[in-house]
Design a protein around this ligand. Sequence first.
Ligand code: SAM
Length: 357
Amino acid sequence: MWRTSTRTGNGDQWGPCRSLDRTGKTPFETMICHCWAENSLFAVLSLGIEAGVWAHLSSDEQPRTVVAIADATGMEEAMLARLLKHVAAMGAGNTGGLGRCVLALPSYLRKTNYTSPTSMTDGNLQYDHDIKFNCSSGYTPMSAAWPSTSTWAAYSHGRPKWTDAGFYPVQERLLDDFDASCPDAAFLVDIGGNLGHNLQSFLDRFPTAPGRLVLQDLEHVISAIPPDSESSLSPRIERTVYDFHTPQPVKGARAYYMHSILHNWPDEVCCAILRNVKAAMCPGYSRLLINENVIPNTGAQWEATALDVLMLALLSSKKRTRVKCVRLLEEKAGLKVNEIDTFANGVESLIELVVPE
Ligand SMILES: C[S@@+](CC[C@H](N)C(=O)[O-])C[C@H]1O[C@@H](n2cnc3c(N)ncnc32)[C@H](O)[C@@H]1O
């Protein structure tokens, strides 16, 4: 069954504004906005990160003159004034940090004759940095700008969560039939759960949920979690080191959860990861919850399509459409899709899977 959440709080509120904006522009204005204004803005925003302009401005709420910002950052005043004028004219307050890699895409795809990349060791990111490396090693040349251990909690900030009322019926589908007869019964295992923010938000919403809550990630991530005394992570959440390319050690949990994991990997690797989960699931009882952007076949939301292009540029991977998700999960990985709960045209979706009986 495919259900669409009725919640609308964080959907594409900009859609009507963008349509209005386009209506008010001539085709020429639309073209120069994309080609001149947005590209220039992106360059200035990236430069502002490097030069410490935004860090300085966000250090408190005080307004600053250009002279003061130039003083604090060491930038030439005339240059700073010129660049900030464009930021102000565009009304922007956002940051970019992935610019270099995304902007390399046209040249990379020209080289590959505009075909979909399949190699994780030789895609756009590697082309852009002129080296070969495997993203699955966890290291990328842009790790300073991208996968720091704290980035993922920030990504989730303010976004719809699968545990929000009206998204996925946690009580009926997971809690009601939880089998607590075994003392070490696991309730929820978050695979590749980073610093545990998803498990913590689950616990905040369902503080009396029974059973074990197990966080799994690589050693360098788990070791970055502060000790209980300094952490906002509940001591109930078990922090464990686990590589999802190896057999899943927690057997027969009520639910295994993966958020923003499969979009990083090509289908064959996803299948291998899914095989490890499937082998640990108890047929008829365990559920696998895949929390991803599932792009609808029509009417896709800009946020999901933008992320799809980013995945292409960074990891040679993709955000999958519904059709491609189901093909991967059912035909290739041999699981059964019970339902897909979707919010805001696929910007967040939860796919519930079981082992076919
Ligand atoms: C895109 S982040 C998603 C993090 C988290 N699930 C979330 O939604 O915020 C991918 C996560 O997978 C973890 N990861 C990457 N390779 C892994 C592996 N082989 N085994 C376990 N975790 C891995 C990373 O450390 C990172 O925390």
